[in-house]
Each structure stands twice: as C-alpha cells, then as structure tokens.
Ligand binder design. Structure first.
Ligand SMILES: Cc1ncc(COP(=O)(O)O)c(C=O)c1O
Length: 397
C-alpha cells in the first residue's frame, strides 16, 4: 500500500507507546509501575455518572448540534465568567471530543503549507504532529536555559512573516511551569501587533499547588480577546479522560469555522459525555478541589524522594501532575553493561530492569530528560521511586 507523505512523516505518540509497552509487560506478569500516562487515577465524579445515566434514561442518545448541547455550552460560559471574569456568549463556545480534537480543528483553520506555528518546548507530544498534518511548519522556542520559563525575547526571535499562531500551555506538560502575567501580556500584544492567533491550551489550569497562581492570558491582556482561543476540557481536572470531552472559547469568526470543520469530522461529541460534563461542571467542583489536594500531597512526596537521588535534578513543578527530570549526568554511564546513550535508552533500560515506565524527554522535544506523571497512588510513588533510586545508584562509568 502506498501511504501519503503526510502520514509517513507522523511519529506515533511516545507517551502512548511507553504506556503500551508497560501494559504488555504487566500482562506478562511483571510488577510494572507506570508513570507514563497523563491521566488522574481517580474515578470520574459521581455527578458526571449520574447525569450520564439520566441522559441515557431520558433518551438523550441521538445527535446534538455540532457545537454541543446548549446546557453545557452555557455551563462552560458560566465557568469562564466566574473563574476568570471572561464573558463569552454560547455562540462562541464549542464542545469537542477532547481538547485534542479542538486543538486540531483550531490549527486546521489557520495552518497550511508555508505557514509556521510557534511551539514552546518542552511541549506536549501532539502539537508538532498536528501542525505537520496540515502541512505547516512547527518553529520551536527552547526554554531550557531559562528554567523552562519562556521569555518574550525568545518568542520574538522566532516570529516571521509566515507565523500564523503561537501555542501556549500553562501549567505546562511536561514541566509544570506556570507562565507569568508579564510574559502573557507581552505575548498577547505581540499577537495583536502581528495579527497572530494564540492557541491557549489550559487543560491543567485547575491543578496548581502551593502559593502559585494560574494567570489566564485574557486576564493579563483582555484587549487581545480577538486573538486568543482558549482550549480546556474535562479530562484532567475532572478525571474524565475516557469521556473525551473538551471545550473551546474564542472569537466568533474562528468558532464558526471550527464548527464547520467539526461538522465534517465527528459531528457532535458523544451526547452522553456532554451530559456527564454538565454534571461535572455544575456539581463536581468539590471533587476537583479534593483531587487537587491529593495531587499536591503526591507532588510533595515525589519531590522529597527525588531529592534523595544521585545524578538527577529538576525544576520544581508549579502545576499539572508531572516532574521533568534532568538526566544528563547519566548519559554515557552503564547499567550492567548496557550503555545509556540517550534519554530513550535510559527509559528503556529502567523499564527492562526495574519495571518502571517513564517517558523520554525527546518525546517533548527536549532530549536529556524524562517525565514522571505522579497521577498514581502514594504507594506506587514510594515503590517506584525506590526502584528508580536503586537504578541510579547502580549506574557505573
Ligand atoms: C497539554 C495537553 N493538552 C491537551 C491534552 C488532551 O486532552 P484531552 O484528553 O482533552 O484530549 C493533553 C493530554 O494529555 C495534554 O497534556
């Protein structure tokens, strides 16, 4: 079979690949602990389940309008008003099959051959592939030298006459960094000056710890409203990954194009999932806070354990549920005659020898690191980190 160049150049998702490898080993009977998947281990909140069951009983099992049911769009608009003070009419809200689909659709509306999209690295695995699917060119801003905190100067350097959009993701996957109000304001003004779209992936906005505060870009620069699409969803904050429910809010003209695109792609998001998300948004806010507090405890636990390990370092994450760990000192070392040539070899050898699954930094455009998702039980964190420490202590030059 002859495949298109578009699909030939696509790399499979490294997080999914690592999760599958870990699952396979587990099925073979190995005591694998997986820190590879970015999903909460909690059950979806009760109100989500109740609204979904009621929706089925009430016969809500048919198509809805492409952009979603009015009740949910209104609840999303209400949420943005109460949490961020932003005012969006329901006509500027679109419900999608996960944030992933909405990101893809937003890119599809503005990217084509010859267009560039700025991606701030390290970055979530799918952005670059989605840009390439539309024949666009990802342009990478590397933040390693500034502790993963992006600067406006670094972004400015990458803007050209072909730039169509900038993707931002705060709190960030994989670093947990939260962008500052000053940076967001400068970025918003840059978008206004150059007529660019900011794709604001804020899927982790509820997962913020300690004294850190999330800053929404339009709170920092309300004047940039016509240049920002906000993308969010139920997966991370509400532990609803499997329901595939995302939402987006943005300028009317863009949202209309997204609806056209979606009408030919999936039509509406699963009707039952939409009702479940309505239950979550309306009645599961205490569950969100309970999960956040638990993540905060796990974060404290894992950072304490990482602090006791040799050879590694990390920038303390402010939000999300990941730690991005620097393993450059391990490169070139050996584990029982297997050489750690790069971060991918590191993760492979750790999985083979200690049965713990991590994701290599290369998957996030940042070699020399790995990502741990601490969205697993405290027991698994303690056991997994003890194995990782053992591994690091057994490395030899
Ligand atoms: C930064 C980021 N954006 C978007 C998504 C996709 O979320 P959803 O499950 O809503 O498609 C993820 C999931 O891992 C993510 O980490």
């Amino acid at each position: 079979m002859k495949f298109t160049s578009r699909i030939e150049r696509m790399e499979p998702s490294a997080t999914t690949a690592m999760a599958s490898k870990a699952r396979l080993k587990k099925e073979q009977g190995y005591p694998v602990i997986s820190f590879s998947t970015g999903e909460p281990d909690y059950a979806s909140p009760k109100p989500a389940l109740e609204y979904a069951k009621k929706a089925m009983d009430d016969g809500h099992t048919h198509y809805t309008s492409t952009s979603g049911i009015n009740e949910l769009k209104q609840a999303v608009a209400d949420y943005y008003r109460s949490h961020f003070g932003l005012s969006y009419p329901v006509s500027e809200v679109v419900i999608g099959t996960g944030a992933k689909q909405l990101l893809y659709e937003a890119l599809g509306c503005i990217v084509e051959e010859g267009k560039e999209v700025i991606v701030i690295a390290p970055a979530w695995v799918s952005y670059v592939e989605q840009i390439r699917l539309f024949d666009g060119t990802p342009v990478i801003v590397n933040t390693e030298k500034t502790d993963f905190v992006p600067t406006i100067e670094a972004v400015n350097e990458k803007v050209s006459s072909n730039t169509a959009a900038i993707i931002i993701n705060s709190p960030n996957n994989p670093t947990g960094v939260i962008y500052t109000a000053d940076f967001l304001k400068d970025l918003a003004h840059l978008a206004m000056d150059k007529d660019l779209l900011i794709i604001n992936d804020e899927i982790y906005e509820r997962l913020v710890y300690g004294n850190n505060r999330y800053c929404q870009i339009l709170q920092a620069a309300p004047e940039a409203r016509e240049h920002v699409i906000n993308i969010n969803g139920a997966s991370k904050s509400y532990a609803m990954t499997g329901w595939r429910l995302g939402f987006a809010l943005g300028p009317k003209e863009l949202m209309e194009k997204i609806v056209s695109f979606q009408s030919h792609l999936t039509s509406n998001t699963s009707t039952i999932s939409q009702w479940a998300a309505l239950g979550a948004l309306k009645e599961a806010q205490p569950d969100v806070e309970w999960m956040r507090q638990n993540f905060e405890r796990r974060r404290h636990l894992i950072l304490g354990l990482l602090d006791e390990m040799p050879l590694i370092s990390y920038t303390p994450p402010e939000g999300a549920f990941y730690v991005f760990v620097n393993i450059k000192k391990c490169l070139g070392m050996k584990f029982k005659n297997r050489k750690i040539t790069d971060d991918m070899a590191f993760c492979e050898i750790v999985l083979d020898s200690k049965n713990i699954a991590l994701v290599p930094g290369t998957a996030f455009l940042m070699p020399g690191f790995f990502r741990i998702a601490y969205s697993v039980s405290e027991k698994d964190i303690v056991e997994g980190m003890s194995r990782l420490k053992e591994f690091l202590e057994e490395l030899e030059n």
